[in-house]
Design a protein around this ligand. Structure first.
Ligand SMILES: *[C@@H]1O[C@H](CO)[C@@H](O)[C@H](O)[C@H]1NC(C)=O
Ligand SMILES: *[C@@H]1O[C@H](CO)[C@@H](O)[C@H](O)[C@H]1NC(C)=O
Ligand SMILES: *[C@@H]1O[C@H](CO)[C@@H](O)[C@H](O)[C@H]1NC(C)=O
Ligand SMILES: *[C@@H]1O[C@H](CO)[C@@H](O)[C@H](O)[C@H]1NC(C)=O
Length: 330
């Protein structure tokens, strides 16, 4: 005789719990930074920039100045970098002069003297990929927070999940310039990373879940989609109903809405060299695409998000809002 349904559920959930317990020691917890918003009303304000560190060249300085102006107006809590922080090959060590020339001496505005939470891009990986994570960098500039290659920033109303996407991209593994220390072998690294991300997303209580990586999942700009991320990362993000995926790599500003989930694919990769003039066809819905320089801003309350893209002159190119019901949907 088959066991009654209720008993079957007990058996199944007991088995699931046992499986979790067995899995627990292997699943590492993503390093986490707590960063509560400063505003009295609990809203969070941030800027997002990517693909920038070129000693001020290619309008990096102009973009930085306008970030300073907008950052002041919005009274931002922090800045997120979507990677390719230092061209062409990251930094050689924590005293490499390139770091000050491309970061400290450029983002000098008062409003930008806040923590910067950064992921690494492929260009950060072709030098000493560990140097930007070295705590000694904080002695050079205390804003520069690459807590780990993948980590979380919890700000109460939003959880940001910063994901190291460079190891996903298969063709990089054929290029001897990449620094895979602490990463190789690829498959194990990615499996562990996805397990940790999945666990962190499951545990997240924040109304807004925002995933950040360097490489686009879906993009209509020059580089286009990364199929490795579409296959491996996207299902995890979708299953946990993340609200946004923020990336750089494509040197443009772009907003794409997914056709089959609430996810928004947002590219902010206009920190310096842009004007690529190259586009890729995509079946996702491209709401906005600008192939010049600029950055993105975001203000979040528990139920509303206000986002905008700015150009090199500080003009708003595109702005939009998202709302979330109390039940957590959108
Ligand atoms: C800098 O921005 C201006 C627009 O203000 C643009 O015309 C120019 O081409 C940009 N320069 C570079 C080097 O990208
Ligand atoms: C750090 O890197 C710079 C730039 O490559 C180099 O000139 C310097 O000698 C290096 N310093 C140390 C301590 O290795
Ligand atoms: C890497 O190189 C090997 C040997 O040349 C080749 O067979 C393989 O297709 C390359 N893989 C990628 C992803 O480029
Ligand atoms: C890019 O990825 C998105 C999300 O998976 C997908 O909807 C779209 O069809 C892809 N575009 C191409 C050209 O493969």
């Amino acid at each position: 005789m088959a066991p009654p349904v209720a008993l079957m559920l007990v058996i199944v959930s007991a088995a699931a719990a046992a499986a979790l317990l067995l899995a627990a020691p292997a699943a590492a917890v993503l390093p986490k930074v707590e960063h509560a918003p400063e505003a009295a009303d609990g809203s969070l304000a941030i800027l997002v920039v990517g693909d920038w560190g070129r000693r001020g060249q290619f309008n990096q300085t102009l973009v930085a100045q306008q970030m300073g102006v907008v950052g002041e107006k919005m009274d931002i809590d922090f800045v997120i970098s979507t990677g390719d922080n230092i061209y062409d090959d990251g930094i050689a060590n924590t005293s490499d002069p390139l770091f000050k020339e491309s970061f400290s001496n450029i983002y000098t505005a008062k409003s930008l003297q806040k923590p910067w939470y950064l992921v690494l891009g492929n260009h950060d990986y072709t030098g000493n990929a560990l140097a930007q994570l070295d705590p000694a960098i904080l002695n050079v500039d205390s804003r520069y927070k690459v807590i780990a290659k993948s980590f979380m920033v919890n700000s109460g109303i939003a959880d940001f999940f910063l994901v190291d996407t460079t190891p996903f991209i298969l063709h990089y593994w054929n290029n001897s310039k990449f620094d895979w220390r602490g990463v190789a072998p690829r498959d194990t690294y990615i499996a562990n990373l996805l397990k940790d991300l999945e666990y962190a997303l499951t545990e997240s209580k924040a109304p807004w879940k925002i995933v950040v990586g360097h490489h686009p999942i879906s993009s209509g700009c020059g580089h286009g989609n990364n199929t490795e991320l579409e296959q491996l990362l996207l299902p995890v993000i979708k299953a946990h109903r993340a609200d946004m995926y923020l990336n750089g790599h494509d040197h443009c500003l772009q907003r794409i809405t997914s056709r089959d989930s609430p996810l928004q694919f947002l590219t902010s990769g206009g920190g310096s060299k842009a004007w690529a003039g190259k586009f890729k066809a995509t079946s996702d819905k491209v709401e906005f695409l600008y192939d010049g320089q600029g950055f993105m801003s975001m203000r979040l309350t528990k139920t509303e998000a206000h986002l905008a893209f700015f150009d090199v002159a500080g003009s708003v190119l595109h702005c939009w809002g998202l709302t979330k019901t109390a039940a957590g949907g959108n």
